[in-house]
Design a protein around this ligand. Structure first.
Ligand code: PXP
Length: 246
């Protein structure tokens, strides 16, 4: 099986920084430490309201990272311009609602196919790998394929919530849907990533899916870093992923 990449999402280092309005903790320092600890990529979501990552963070990440940046953004003209200016390795298109606490669901690609096809074309032309964050739903995967995305990221939030709330039948159903849909997406030639809500308890079954190439994990790791330190927290996730894969 190919190695499973770990993308570390550093948004919530910026959330803590912004709570006081100063410079610390610095998400760029977190990104560098994550690289040293074995992260294969760094993920950052520049939201319209700039509640965590700021424009200057993206600039600094582009200047300093030695691993690829996965730039998460909504499908807006403002974000498209920013992505085209920086040309990050990957752009992950996510739905974004102002009132949400986090990215609650996958993108509705099937209903917006035309607009999204036009939206991602210049990003692809600029050399960015375009990823679409979607639910494990065959309609959305087919639509992501038709619009020319190279990657899909399956939203693992429902699976993780069900696990941590003790709804094990729901959890197993969600897991099975992700397993089937990762096989299906791979058969279409899409690269498959998974992300949202993953923890030490939920990562292993997903890491076992042979078609999954990358996991993007943020909130849990930044929280665990309070207790373990950032690098040990990442190294433990890496160990669990590699063990599941072996
Ligand atoms: N992948 C995508 C597309 C996301 O939007 C997020 C959250 O920003 C993550 C992964 C990481 O989720 P979490 O912070 O819950 O690990």
């Amino acid at each position: 099986m190919e190695k499973l990449r770990l993308g570390v999402n550093i948004d919530h280092v910026a959330t803590v920084r912004n709570a006081r309005g100063g410079d610390t903790p610095d998400p760029i320092r977190a990104a560098r430490l994550a690289e040293e600890a074995g992260a294969d990529g760094i993920t950052a979501h520049l939201r319209e309201d700039r509640r965590h990552i700021a424009d200057a963070d993206i600039e600094q990440l582009m200047d300093t990272l030695t691993v690829p940046l996965n730039f998460e953004m909504a499908a807006t003209e403002e974000m498209q311009n920013i992505a085209l200016r920086h040309k990050p390795h990957a752009v992950c298109i996510v739905p974004e609602k102002r009132e949400e606490r986090t990215t609650e669901g996958g993108l509705e690609v099937a209903r917006e196919e035309n607009r999204l096809a036009h939206f991602i074309a210049p990003l692809r032309d600029a050399g960015c790998r375009v990823s679409i964050f979607i639910a494990a739903d065959i309609r959305q995967i087919e639509a992501a394929h038709r619009i020319g995305a190279q990657v899909i990221e399956l939203h693992s939030g429902a699976y993780c919530d069900a696990h941590h709330e003790g709804r094990f039948e729901d959890r197993d159903r969600e897991l099975e849907a992700m397993r089937e849909m990762s096989t299906f997406a791979h058969s279409l030639g899409l690269e498959v990533h998974v992300g949202h809500g993953l923890t030490y308890e939920t990562v292993e079954p997903v890491a076992k899916f042979p078609e999954v190439r990358e996991l993007n994990i943020g909130h849990f790791l930044i929280g665990e870093a309070i207790f373990l330190g950032l690098q040990p927290a990442i190294q433990e996730m890496r160990r669990l992923m590699d063990g599941a894969r072996a």
